[in-house]
Ligand binder design. Structure first.
Ligand SMILES: [Zn+2]
Length: 68
């Protein structure tokens, strides 16, 4: 008979092998949300948005810097 290794309830930690524990935790890594790099200044920006640092979008200046 086929045996299913599904842990349905709390299992004593000594009963879970290092391999099985590490296989489970292999999917626990944090993933950074989608970010792209600005082509002009290289800053990390959100995709499909004007770069807040240099004011460009798709290589064109959309928002001009304020002169002080
Ligand atoms: Zn930029």
């Amino acid at each position: 008979m086929m045996q299913l290794n599904i842990q349905m309830f709390a299992v004593p930690f000594r009963k879970v092998s290092k391999t099985r524990k590490r296989m489970r935790r292999a999917h626990n890594a944090l993933v950074t949300p989608g970010m792209t790099v600005c082509k002009d200044c290289g800053a990390q920006i959100k995709p499909h948005r004007v770069c807040p640092k240099c004011g460009t979008y798709k290589g064109k200046v959309v928002v001009k810097e304020q002169e002080v």
